[in-house]
Write a protein that binds this ligand. Structure first.
Ligand SMILES: [Zn+2]
Length: 432
C-alpha cells in the first residue's frame, strides 16, 4: 500500500446488547479507583510458598499440586521474577491441558537466558512487579501426553475446585489458592484440542474491563469476545475481578513454532503495556473483535482434504476442502467459503461424517482488502509477532478496529467441535 495514511471507518457490528455491555463496563471502569502501583511505595522481599525472593531476583520453586504426606504430590516448577520496583503480579501459565504444547514451549522460551540474562527483556533487575511463569501446569498429563489429569478429568473445567473433592478438583483448589487469587493479570496459553488447529487468537470477556485491556495489550489481530467456560481458570479469575485471557495457537501434540513466537511476543507485549518491563508494546495494524462466527461443515461423509490452513484469508466461493469416500470411487464433494473471511480454526482429522465441523470462520466483508495486504504466499494472515519483533504499526497510525457480528453457535467459541472438546463449551446457564 502507498505510504499515505488512510483512515478507515470503524464498523460496529458486535451484537448491540454486547456492545452496550462492553461500553458500560469500560465507562464504569474509568470512574473507578484502580491500583496504580505507586512507584514510590515500599517494595521488598516477596514470598512464594514461604520461599523468599528478593527484589531483582529470579527463583524457581516447586509447587506441589496435591497436599499430601505420602504418595506423589505432583510438584511443578514455578519461576518467579521479582522486580526492583512496585508493580502488578502477572502469572503466565502453559500446559493446563497436558497435550497442548504451545504454552510449555513459549514459557520455556521466555525462561531462556536470552530473556532472563543481563539486558534480557525479563532481567528482574530492570523489572517492576512480579512475574510468575508456569511452563506446564498439568505436568502429570504432559508426561502421559494427555489433555487430562490422571483421574481422567479436565482441570479447565474443575475450578474453583474443592480441597476434599476429587483429585482434579483438589488440584484446581491448590492452583486457585497459590497462583490465581494473588495475581493481577493471568495469561493462560492453549492450543486447539485434538483434531483441529487454531490460528493465533486471544479470547477474553470484553465486558470485563481489565480483561478487555489485557486482550488488546497482547497485540494480535484476532480477539474473540467470549465469556469464560464454566469451571475454567479464566472464569474463576474473572469472578475474582482478576484480568485473564486465553491465548490459543496451534493444535494438540504439535509444536507450531509460529504460534509459539506469537505467544512469546504477546506475553512481552502485555508486560510492556503494564510497564513491568521497558519498551513500548507492538500493536497490530488492525484488530478483529469477534462476537460470533460461521461454521463450515461436511455435507457428506468420507475423507476430508483441507486446502486451507488456520489463518487463511478466503474469498466467497473458494473451495476450502473436498470430501471423497473410498466406498464411492469417482465421487467427491467440495466445501466452499460462504462469504469472504478468515479461517480461525480448521480440522486436522480427515475422518468426517455429514455435519462434522471442518472449519471455523469469521465472515469479514468490508475489510477483506485490508486483511489481504497482510498475507503470505499461501494466503495465510501474517500475525503480529509471528516474525519475531516485526512491528506492523508505526507510531501515530490509526489502528483499524473491525467488529465481527454474530453469536457463538452453541453458546461458546468451540461449542460446535466434537464432544471430546465439550469441556471448552459453556454450559447454558439458567440465569443467562
Ligand atoms: Zn486447552
Amino acid at each position: 500500500m502507498a505510504g499515505k495514511k488512510r483512515r478507515v471507518r470503524v464498523a460496529h457490528e458486535l451484537p448491540k446488547t454486547r456492545r452496550l455491555a462492553i461500553k458500560k463496563a469500560l465507562q464504569e471502569h474509568e470512574s473507578e479507583d484502580r491500583p496504580d502501583w505507586d512507584r514510590s511505595s515500599e517494595w521488598g522481599v516477596t514470598r512464594f510458598l514461604r520461599k523468599r525472593i528478593k527484589p531483582g531476583e529470579m527463583r524457581t520453586i516447586m509447587l506441589p499440586l496435591l497436599d499430601v504426606d505420602m504418595g506423589d504430590s505432583w510438584p511443578i516448577p514455578v519461576t518467579v521474577f521479582h522486580g526492583v520496583r512496585p508493580g502488578p503480579v502477572v502469572t503466565i501459565i502453559g500446559g493446563t491441558h497436558g497435550d497442548e504444547l504451545t504454552g510449555p514451549s513459549a514459557c520455556t522460551n521466555l525462561l531462556s537466558s536470552i530473556f532472563t540474562g543481563p539486558e534480557g527483556a525479563l532481567d528482574p533487575n530492570t523489572m517492576a512487579g512480579t512475574v510468575r511463569i508456569v511452563p506446564v501446569l498439568n505436568l502429570p498429563g504432559y508426561r502421559a501426553k494427555s489433555r487430562y489429569f490422571p483421574d481422567g478429568r479436565d482441570l479447565n473445567r474443575a475450578f474453583p475446585g474443592k480441597p476434599k473433592g476429587n483429585t482434579t478438583s483438589r488440584v484446581a483448589s491448590v492452583v486457585k489458592k497459590r497462583l490465581i487469587v494473588d495475581s493481577d493479570v493471568i495469561i493462560d496459553l492453549h492450543s486447539a484440542a485434538v483434531g483441529r488447529s487454531n490460528m493465533p487468537q486471544i479470547r477474553g470477556d470484553l465486558s470485563h474491563p481489565e480483561s478487555n485491556i489485557l486482550a488488546k495489550a497482547f497485540g494480535i489481530e484476532v480477539v474473540l469476545d467470549s465469556r469464560p467456560p464454566k469451571g475454567s481458570l479464566r472464569r474463576v479469575a474473572n469472578e475474582l475481578d482478576i484480568a485473564a485471557v486465553t491465548y490459543e495457537g496451534g493444535g494438540a501434540n504439535l509444536l507450531d513454532q509460529s504460534a509459539v513466537k506469537v505467544a512469546v511476543h504477546g506475553c512481552l507485549n502485555v508486560l510492556r503495556a503494564l510497564k513491568v518491563i521497558p519498551k513500548n508494546p507492538s500493536r497490530p495494524r488492525f484488530r478483529l473483535n469477534a462476537g460470533g462466527s460461521t461454521w463450515l461443515r461436511a455435507g457428506e461423509g468420507g475423507l476430508l482434504d483441507m486446502f486451507v490452513s488456520p489463518g487463511s484469508v478466503v474469498e466467497k466461493g473458494d473451495v476450502v476442502a473436498t470430501i471423497s469416500d473410498p466406498g464411492s470411487p469417482g465421487l467427491s464433494v467440495d466445501i466452499v467459503a460462504p462469504e469472504d473471511g478468515l479461517m480461525i480454526c480448521t480440522a486436522t482429522n480427515p475422518f468426517v461424517t455429514a455435519g462434522t465441523p471442518v472449519g471455523h470462520f469469521l465472515p469479514i466483508s468490508k475489510h477483506i482488502e485490508l486483511l489481504r495486504t497482510q498475507i503470505n504466499e499461501r494466503g495465510v494472515l501474517i500475525v503480529n509477532g509471528s516474525q519475531g519483533d516485526a512491528i506492523w504499526r508505526e507510531d501515530g497510525d490509526e489502528m483499524v478496529e473491525i467488529d465481527v457480528k454474530g453469536e457463538w453457535s452453541g453458546g461458546s467459541v468451540d461449542a460446535e467441535w466434537n464432544p471430546i472438546n465439550a469441556d471448552e463449551t459453556e454450559q447454558e446457564e439458567a440465569d443467562s
